[in-house]
Each structure stands twice: as structure tokens, then as C-alpha cells.
Write a protein that binds this ligand. Structure first.
Ligand code: UGA
Length: 439
């Protein structure tokens, strides 16, 4: 019955929302996906995932066939259908500021609340500045016909692109930020199959739940920038940051994950989350407490500049007219996401300095072309490398790791490579006559 099996809506069917909707249906729930983008909704409804995520297209088709997953653009329909409404819209960085742009969240919650006439739980999943939940709860109370019958909870999402299904089905932890035992109970019902698989639940207040997400992403970003800062020191003295990272990582208190030095972090989350956190902490009068995140951001950007320098050095000091083969565009492998992608930032900087850059990426080509139309593109690794003066590896796709240096050497103009992700075996490339440089 309705009491034990709440009907769900998922508002915002981008990366997070589409994954959440499909996974919730796969777990046996009745789910309605909602978005203002009619084109996106009709693609999803016909079984097509509008972005690259391994396994998701198959799971979407199954969920549609089961009859448990439907899509709509109608907020009144969603308000009528759902017992629990998940808000999964984007919170990008505001133009010209570090602050998060909350307009989509506010619009979605308002559009939904206007028609909620019965007891319901609205659950925020979007990454927001701490304190947003309290404001939204106020907004809902004032807008919803059901008034106090509509509660707000926060349930941050920690999924990684490329591992979205596993991270949703078997997350490291579930965080329920709730204001009442009823809200906790509803969330426990929704996530019963996930909890049954062993994911621990942490129950807390909404503002702590909001903070868990930004604090986690800030920690991850800090860890990456820490090892990249060590890379700068290593370079100054001729030490090996990769050996250093292995040695550090073997200390269980430090751990080896997110300690890979290289071109640094990008994507739609880490960079904008640390900036939004800086901004929010300043608003709260505790900017000094997280001021180090500014360094984290700057260290990360210096990696991009250093990669450009390495290419320039290999090219003999001047990039004008130099043919550069750029391998990778996505912000990380197994993703077609190019938001704040270090790879494209570097490719564009090389282009600005006069290099003739040609980019190849296994899945992110369409997105890259659309966002960076002034760059050159090619069909394959060998296509872009053909005649190149310098090859630069920018995203560590496995197909790049497997390149045969001997074979690639036969098509390039000069055997020179910069490995921005430490994805290749230097000895192998040097043995094949390549000048190999790594960050
Ligand atoms: C990140 C977090 O890992 C997720 O937990 C979180 O849910 C998500 O953001 C989000 O906020 O939605 P994601 O952006 O998919 O997930 O990517 P990550 O796997 O975290 O990688 C981020 C960046 O760090 C990539 O550019 C990657 O190349 C870089 N990275 C990662 C390094 O440079 N070194 C490392 O050791 C690890």
C-alpha cells in the first residue's frame, strides 16, 4: 500500500536525476521523472540516455519496459503523483562569481510546491550552499496548498560519473538530513533495498547533510592538490612524485586513492563546489577557516599551465605553427563530460599560443566541438597524431594507455610526447625513441 511503498518523483533529469530515477525504478519503486526540457524528457521516455554513462541505457530500457518509470514535463502531474519528491536540478557556478546559482533549485521547488495538496516529502539532492534547505523549507510552507504537510529533507548524492549505477545502488553511505522522525521513516522506506545491501545510514539535520557533500568534495580536491603541490616540489629537486605518492598512500591513514598526481581535477563538481564553499563560508563570516581552498584551486590551475609549458619546452620554446596532437577532451576517462575539463583548457591555451591543435577523445567529441569550436578535431589517435610535432596526453582513457609507441612513431612528425596524466610507461616510450616528458 501507499504507506509502505511511496511513489517517487525525480525533478531534474540531468546526470544525477536520470541516474537516480532509473535506479529507483530498478529497485522496484514507481517513479516519475520530471524536467522542464521537453526534448530531454522525450529522449529519456524513448529509452535514450542523453549523456555517456556505462550501463545506464540498458537499465533505462528495462525500467521503461517494467512500467515503473515514466517521464513528464508537468509539475502539477508530479505534485499529484508523488509521495516523495527528489530535487536533482543543477547548481552551476554563477557567472562572474564563486557563488552557486540556485535559480534552478528555487524554480523547481516553487513549480512543484504550488500544486502539492497532500502530505509529501521533498528531498533535496542537488549540491547547495549550506543553509539552502532552511530557506527552501520556508518557501515550500508559504507556497504549497498543503502547507506544513509538506516537509523538506536533504539527502546528498556522492555518485561519480562512470560509476553512477554502482554508487547509487551500493553507496559508501546514505546521509539523511531530516527535521522529523516521519521524514527519516519515509527515506528509510525509499532506500530499504540499498540499506539491506549494507550501506550505512547517517541521520542528521538538513544543514549538516548539505555540508557533508561540500566538505567531502573539498577534501577530495584538497587531496589531489596536495599531491600536485608535492609534484611541484619534486620537480624543483628532481624527486619522483609517483614514488612519493605510492609511499604516502601505503599509510592507511592517508590512503592511496585520490593521490594521483597529474593534470588535476575538473568536471561539473569539484571545481565549482570548492569555490561555492569559499563564497558561502565568507558569507557566514568564516571565510578564514576554508581560505586554504583558494590554494587548492590555484595549485590545480597551475598544473594546466605547467602542462602547456612542457609542450612549449618540447617544441623548442615557441608554439607558433607547432602541430600538437591532444589526446583526450573529457575531464576524466569513461565520461563525455567536458565541464571545466583540464584537457580542453590546455588544448585551448596551446591554440591561443599559436599551436595547430587537433583533439581526439573516444566519446566527448560532440560536446567538445560544441563548446570549443575554434579547436581542430580528428577521427582517431592516429589521425590527430599524423604529422604532429608534439603529442600531449590529457585524459587517461585506457585506449591511450594501450597505444603502441612504435606504431604511433611511424605517423608523427617528431617522436615527442607530454604525458599529462602519467598514464604511459616512460621506459617503453623512450626505448621506442620518443622524447618523453611527464608532469
Ligand atoms: C566527484 C566526487 O568524486 C563524487 O563523490 C561526487 O558525488 C561528485 O563529484 C559530485 O559532486 O557530483 P566526479 O566529478 O564524477 O565525482 O569525478 P571524480 O572521479 O571525483 O574525479 C574528479 C577529477 O579529479 C577528475 O578530473 C579526475 O581526473 C581528477 N583526479 C581524481 C585526479 O586528478 N587525481 C586523482 O587522484 C583522482
Amino acid at each position: 500500500g501507499a504507506a509502505t511503498s511511496p511513489r517517487l518523483t525525480v525533478i531534474g533529469t540531468g546526470y544525477l536525476g536520470a541516474t537516480h530515477a532509473v535506479c529507483m525504478a530498478a529497485l522496484g519503486h514507481q517513479v516519475l521523472g520530471v524536467d522542464v526540457d521537453a526534448a530531454k524528457i522525450s529522449r529519456l521516455a524513448s529509452g535514450e540516455v542523453p549523456f555517456f554513462e556505462p550501463g545506464l541505457p540498458e537499465l533505462l530500457v528495462k525500467a521503461l519496459e517494467s512500467g515503473r518509470l515514466r517521464f513528464t514535463t508537468s509539475f502539477p502531474e508530479a505534485a499529484d503523483f508523488g509521495d516523495v519528491h527528489f530535487v536533482c536540478v543543477g547548481t552551476p557556478q554563477r557567472a562572474g562569481s564563486f557563488a552557486a546559482d540556485l535559480s534552478q533549485v528555487e524554480a523547481a521547488v516553487t513549480a512543484l510546491a504550488r500544486d502539492v495538496r497532500r502530505r509529501a516529502l521533498v528531498v533535496g539532492k542537488s549540491t547547495v550552499p549550506v543553509g539552502t534547505a532552511a530557506r527552501l523549507a520556508e518557501l515550500i510552507r508559504s507556497v504549497a496548498p498543503a502547507g506544513d504537510g509538506v516537509e523538506l529533507a536533504w539527502n546528498p548524492e556522492f555518485l561519480r560519473e562512470g560509476f553512477a549505477i554502482d554508487d547509487t545502488m551500493q553507496p559508501d553511505r546514505l546521509v539523511f538530513g531530516v527535521s522529523s522522525p516521519w521524514a527519516e521513516q519515509r527515506l528509510r522506506e525509499v532506500f530499504a533495498p540499498v540499506i539491506g545491501q549494507g550501506s550505512p545510514v547517517l541521520v542528521t539535520d538538513p544543514q549538516t547533510a548539505e555540508l557533508v557533500k561540500v566538505a567531502a568534495n573539498s577534501f577530495l580536491a584538497t587531496k589531489i592538490s596536495y599531491i600536485n603541490a608535492m609534484a611541484e616540489v619534486c620537480e624543483a629537486i628532481g624527486a619522483d612524485v609517483h614514488d612519493l605518492a605510492v609511499a604516502l598512500g601505503l599509510d592507511a591513514r592517508i590512503g592511496s586513492r585520490f593521490l594521483r598526481p597529474g593534470l588535476g581535477f575538473g568536471g561539473g563538481c569539484l571545481p565549482k563546489d570548492i569555490r561555492a564553499f569559499l563564497h558561502r563560508a565568507e558569507e557566514l563570516g568564516v571565510g578564514h577557516a576554508v581560505a586554504f581552498l583558494r590554494d587548492v584551486d590555484e595549485i590545480n590551475h597551475r598544473r594546466r599551465a605547467r602542462t602547456v609549458d612542457l609542450v612549449r619546452e618540447l617544441a623548442g620554446g615557441d608554439l607558433r605553427g607547432v602541430r600538437v596532437a591532444a589526446l583526450g577532451a573529457a575531464f576524466k576517462p569513461d565520461s563525455d563530460d567536458i565541464r571545466d575539463a583540464p584537457a580542453l583548457d590546455v588544448a585551448n591555451a596551446l591554440h591561443q599560443l599559436g599551436a595547430r591543435v587537433r583533439v581526439f577523445d573516444p566519446v566527448a567529441m560532440d560536446n567538445a566541438r560544441r563548446a570549443w569550436p575554434t579547436l581542430g578535431y580528428g577521427q582517431s589517435t592516429f589521425d590527430v597524431a599524423s604529422g604532429a610535432d608534439v603529442v600531449v596526453l590529457l585524459t587517461e582513457w585506457s585506449q591511450f594507455r594501450e597505444i603502441d609507441p612504435e606504431a604511433l612513431g611511424t605517423v608523427v612528425g617528431k617522436r615527442r610526447i607530454v604525458d599529462g596524466r602519467h598514464a604511459l610507461e616512460p621506459a617503453r616510450w623512450r626505448a621506442a625513441g620518443w622524447e618523453y616528458r611527464a608532469l
